[in-house]
Ligand binder design. Sequence first.
Ligand SMILES: Cc1cc2nc3c(=O)[nH]c(=O)nc-3n(C[C@H](O)[C@H](O)[C@H](O)COP(=O)(O)OP(=O)(O)OC[C@H]3O[C@@H](n4cnc5c(N)ncnc54)[C@H](O)[C@@H]3O)c2cc1C
Length: 441
Amino acid sequence: MHKKYNVIIAGAGPAGLMAAIRAAQKGLKVLLVEKKATLSEALRTTGPFFRIKNPIHGEYLTLDKKNGKATVHFHNSNFDLDYKGPLIDMHNAYFFSNAGYRLNTTRKDRPLSCVYSMSALLGNLQDAAEEAGVECMTGTIALTAENAEKHIRLQVRRGNTVSWLETDYIIAADGLNSRLAETMGMNKNRPVILQGPCFEIVFEGADFPYPPGISFVFGKDMLGGSGFLFVYPYAGGENRLCVMVNNRFPADQSLKLINHFTQKSKFSSWFKKATPVHHTSAIVTIRSPMVTPSIGRMLFIGDAAAYGETLVPGAIRCGYYAAEAVQEELSGNNGFKKYEEFWSSNFEYVTNPQKQKDYTKILRLFRSLEDEDVDFLFKLSEEKGPIEEKGDVLASNEFTKANALIDYFLAFPQVQGALRTKLQTVRGNGPSPDGTIKDDL
Ligand SMILES: Cc1cc2nc3c(=O)[nH]c(=O)nc-3n(C[C@H](O)[C@H](O)[C@H](O)COP(=O)(O)OP(=O)(O)OC[C@H]3O[C@@H](n4cnc5c(N)ncnc54)[C@H](O)[C@@H]3O)c2cc1C
């Protein structure tokens, strides 16, 4: 077997594609291995939103739209990404309670976020990879790897054939539930924090009666069971609405929630003339993050190494910096160490357990509240009017928005007694003294 590649990248999601593009642009010989048959196909559920000027994982984005294409600017990393595909501006976000009360966050001067098409984004990245000279092997599953002193081998399966590919370095970008993380022993000290199924159904001909925005819906009458779901516009196709549930096992419970919401809830009128046209699913596993995301000549990037998710912009940045890391390694420098510094300083949950708790606090908040509590809080909010977002670059991000929401509720003098204590308890993270709120999810 002849060594042919400087780097093999396993997984062509946003992280792997960006790593491949950058590495090839730097003149490296790159092979991209992907299990899907078609790179641009978005098979796994994800929420495709560019959050504008909303800092997260050490970065924030702005969007420049011109002549049917958009340039996504990564401010702190100082690079741009061209996106050609549908975009929907969202100036609003909504939370609906069981009785239908609405908490509405809004922004007038610019969108809070834009919905994009994941297939279009992957297709754009694929075009850039081809242009940069990346060799691609689709329909191929990366199984495991073997480190040697001067090279590393990747074991792959294509159809019924298993073979080994030799290279200088491997970037593992195989995402959520990374097989390479498992087979390389990287999950040994990464306990599972949360695991559950996720479904998304796209409905055509749906009628959302408010200006476009992401909605969160809560309550037993709305869903027919416990949990919550997301509703948001689908970029690509008129009047298409996505309904997504992220729940606990058994998996069919999630589908039941979607069916109840779209057929029996007080918002079923939105779906009266709608038909389901597309669906995706995923098993979401949140593990503690890799603190040292490498083993020998293999670097783990994006969701493969994350506490749950890096989010799409975060994954793209991982790919960008991973290519630099491999180039540095090939030049005899410690590029992986540099990547590790980027990883732990930008993705705060890597080294700070408090940030891990904050990241999932929004789930904990709503799992701690009864439907009546949520009705009461959202009614107060609806009577007060929309929460208007102001300021240039937002102060709140994924880590702090649950805290900001709790503070907003606590500012109502009507919020008293057990509900106030509950909110304060979740805000402060601890389990409640009577054990009704547990210190987990
Ligand atoms: C339910 C849900 C909602 C989300 N909502 C948002 C959101 O609102 N905004 C946001 O920015 N992000 C969101 N995310 C997170 C986002 O999707 C990820 O952070 C991002 O896609 C990570 O990119 P990645 O390249 O690391 O991994 P992935 O996107 O998972 O890509 C991994 C790639 O590797 C391939 N692969 C997997 N295993 C193998 C293997 N063994 N061999 C070869 N190829 C393999 C896969 O087919 C895939 O193409 C959400 C995720 C989920 C699950």
